[in-house]
Design a protein around this ligand. Structure first.
Ligand SMILES: *[C@@H]1O[C@H](CO)[C@@H](O)[C@H](O)[C@H]1NC(C)=O
Length: 446
């Protein structure tokens, strides 16, 4: 029994050892397998990323811009569903419009107006931090309430654009994405080339390859008139003396548009905007920062011309600009190309969109002082020759002729609406100014 017992123990022991060894071997081999598969997976991910998004990866690695497209996220079935839903028109013969820069000032207003009349609108925006991105996110939320989806991506991303045109047969593109501002070019010149030249070409490339080719309406600028002295500015006047890199890139855009129209039959309309202002505007613009500084009791800097004359701008209210954009879209003819090739001559247009009544910057400040009930601390200095032009004044007779453009909002009326929005958005109480009554009444009405 003892022997049997001992033999039994030994056998159990041996089988135990065998089991231990085999399970150890199994554990060891499965560990090895696990590590190997992780390595293989990592290699695959790395390889696939590199091969399917080479420019995107290279751009991220080599980006010199302080605000690249690093946060861009897109793709997947849910994303595609949102893209389709947002761009589907709700009226008979409605447009399907891709709006670039949709979280921007003019982009958000135009998107809402198009959606309101039943067009399908898909936004595209990279939400860069040239100015406070939270304002762009707030505009995005406003658009989301009207079921407008904004794709978080960059116009320089050719894969993204190809994908969008693959998913949606856009009838129109309203291209408003750009690097704006005049003096910022002194700090970040490459951002202007990146957005306004490379980005424009990227968008035109995707559009000419798309089937059907969309008609494109895009934002040029009154700054292309540069140092012109003849007023009002007409589309046929010379535009070869830009005073800023911003103006130079917009002028380049007009030349590039000519080439894409000529080679590929893209229908292209450039709109030269004149100092657009209003609710949800851009914080980098003078009327906006003046409002902020006057409310905070900070001194504002007002430029004066070398000849002692006042600097003046043809300030144009956002609603007038939006009507101009829609007029241009409504009268845009189809592109004539297909399969990336031209089949016949296509429409090529340039229009001024201004207010046709310039106001001096001192006049602007006077209106703001009245609305805010405060006196601005003014610091008047000679205008430096680093981007700003002395005055702008639009001749809009061709926009009137071709799509009935008619600006209806004067600066005082438009600024009142802006100030009302400003104090509500930033939660500021004003008690003294002309805008005080309208801001408190809106508190109860909303
Ligand atoms: C405005 O431009 C048109 C051409 O588009 C021209 O015929 C007209 O004379 C211009 N008006 C002024 C006031 O310069």
């Amino acid at each position: 029994m003892a022997m049997a017992d001992g033999k039994g123990k030994l056998e159990r022991y041996n089988s135990y050892i065998r089991k231990m060894n085999s399970s150890k071997a199994l554990a060891a081999s499965s560990k090895l397998l696990f590590r190997a598969s992780i390595l293989i997976a990592l290699f695959l991910v790395f390889f696939l990323t590199l091969t399917s998004y080479p420019t995107e990866v290279r751009r991220r690695l080599s980006s010199t811009s302080s605000f690249g497209a690093a946060s861009a996220r897109w793709g997947g079935p849910l994303w595609e569903k949102q893209v389709r839903h947002s761009s589907t028109p709700r009226r008979p013969n409605g447009f399907s419009v891709l709006v670039t820069g949709a979280a921007g000032f003019v982009g958000s207003h135009s998107s809402l107006a198009l959606k309101k009349r039943g067009d399908g609108v898909l936004g595209l925006d990279n939400f860069n931090d040239y100015y406070d991105p939270s304002l762009k996110r707030a505009r995005q939320a406003l658009l989301a309430k009207q079921s407008i989806f904004i794709v978080d991506g960059d116009i320089n991303n050719a894969y993204l654009l190809a994908k969008l045109f693959d998913v949606v047969p856009f009838s129109h593109v309203l291209h408003l994405a750009a690097q704006a501002g005049v003096r910022y070019a002194l700090q970040n010149p490459s951002s202007y080339v990146h957005s306004n030249v490379a980005g424009l070409v990227s968008l035109f490339e995707a559009s000419r390859q798309a089937s059907p080719q969309p008609a494109i309406v895009w934002a040029s600028s009154s700054s292309v008139y540069g140092l012109n002295e003849k007023a009002p500015f007409s589309e046929v006047d010379r535009t070869d003396r830009p005073a800023s890199l911003y103006a130079a890139t917009k002028k380049s855009g007009e030349a590039i548009a000519h080439a894409y129209n000529h080679i590929y039959g893209l229908s292209l309309t450039a709109l030269r905007f004149f100092t657009v202002y209003g609710p949800w505007g851009r914080p980098d613009m003078a009327y906006f920062s003046f409002t902020k500084d006057i409310l905070q009791g900070k001194a504002i800097t007002i430029f004066e011309r070398a000849d002692g004359q006042d600097v003046a701008r043809d300030f144009t209210y956002i609603d007038d600009i939006v009507r101009g954009c829609i007029g241009a879209l409504d009268t845009a003819q189809r592109s004539t190309g297909s399969g990336g090739r031209k089949r016949g001559p296509a429409q090529l247009r340039v229009y001024n969109l201004g207010n046709t009544s310039p106001v001096t910057v001192k006049g602007l400040v006077g209106i703001l002082e009245g609305l805010l009930g405060l006196t601005a601390k003014k610091n008047v200095v000679r205008m430096p020759g680093n981007g700003d032009v002395p005055f702008t004044h639009a001749n809009v007779s061709s926009s009137v002729r071709d799509f009935g453009y008619r600006p209806t909002t004067d600066l005082a009326t438009g600024l009142r609406k802006f100030v009302k929005w400003y104090v509500n958005y930033y939660g500021i109480k004003i008690t003294k100014g002309d805008a005080a009554s309208s801001s408190s009444s809106s508190r109860y009405s909303s």
